[in-house]
Design a protein. Structure first.
Length: 260
């Protein structure tokens, strides 16, 4: 058994396993896990919300963790990025944060899939965010006022249409950067985890078949890399939820800020 050939074949199969495939009726594996995350989100948040008290109870119960996460979204994302009037946007930002966070962490469980590993899901999330902050920009400034605000105030008149055009492009690109950043990080991370796990398994199987201790040595290195990458992906699971949510909050702030 040649471990290198087996690894090459396994990597191709691994790559194909990330392609969307129908699993239940019209549902692909990513759509199915998107629904599962939604159900988990409701099952965790709704009961915990009923137990939240004015004075938090000591300990690390579920309601306390949910309350801490909600407070973190309120102050570290909403208040800092949006400023005055941030309270109305917290339900939206908290939904984004908890949904992406749960989806990312579920993807770290062996055999599970993360819905954020599909570009279609991340596009949907980014489009929702894009529509949301533009809607509130128009609501706060009016249609024409929001269109004019795309270009910063105080520019010389001849530069206004040029800067406005480039700012409009920058505004539209936000939906792309939100989608691609989340998808790219989650897909790449899980692909690397899969390769490291596959390499560990292939070299162990090869050592058993060939009855060779030397052949098993590379598997130790691959397992160490897998462990390190798993720890890093655990951090990225939270970080990507934070980045997506805080950028959405920043865009809301830019769209609604009277000084922009």
């Amino acid at each position: 058994m040649d471990p290198i050939s087996a690894l090459n074949d396994g990597v191709e199969e691994l790559r194909q396993s990330f392609d969307p495939t129908l699993v239940i009726g019209p549902f692909t594996q990513y759509t199915l896990w998107m629904v599962i995350v939604f159900v988990i989100l409701l099952a965790l948040i709704l009961p915990a919300a009923r137990k939240v008290s004015v004075v938090p109870k000591p300990g690390f119960g579920l309601s306390n963790l949910i309350e801490y996460g909600y407070s973190y979204v309120c102050h570290e994302m909403g208040e800092n990025a949006i400023g005055r009037g941030y309270e109305r946007h917290i339900p939206f930002l908290a939904t984004l944060f908890f949904y992406i966070l749960i989806a990312n962490f579920l993807g770290l469980v062996p055999g599970f899939k993360t819905s954020t590993g599909s570009v279609h899901v991340t596009w949907a999330l980014s489009i929702i965010s894009f529509i949301y902050f533009n809607y509130y920009g128009i609501k706060c400034r009016g249609g024409w006022g929001y269109v004019k605000s795309i270009a910063p105030s105080g520019l010389p008149a001849p530069l206004v249409p040029i800067i406005w055009f480039f700012e409009l492009i920058s505004l539209c690109i936000r939906v792309l950067t939100l989608a691609v950043r989340l998808y790219g990080n989650m897909f790449a991370g899980h692909m690397v985890l899969g390769v490291f796990a596959l390499a560990t398994s292939v070299f162990i199987q090869s050592a058993i078949v060939n009855m060779s201790f030397v052949t098993a040595l590379p598997s130790i290195g691959w397992f160490a890399l897998l462990f390190a990458m798993y720890a890093l992906e655990t951090l990225f699971a939270w970080l990507q939820a934070y980045v997506f949510t805080v950028l959405s909050a920043v865009y809301v702030g830019l769209a609604t800020s009277p000084s922009h």
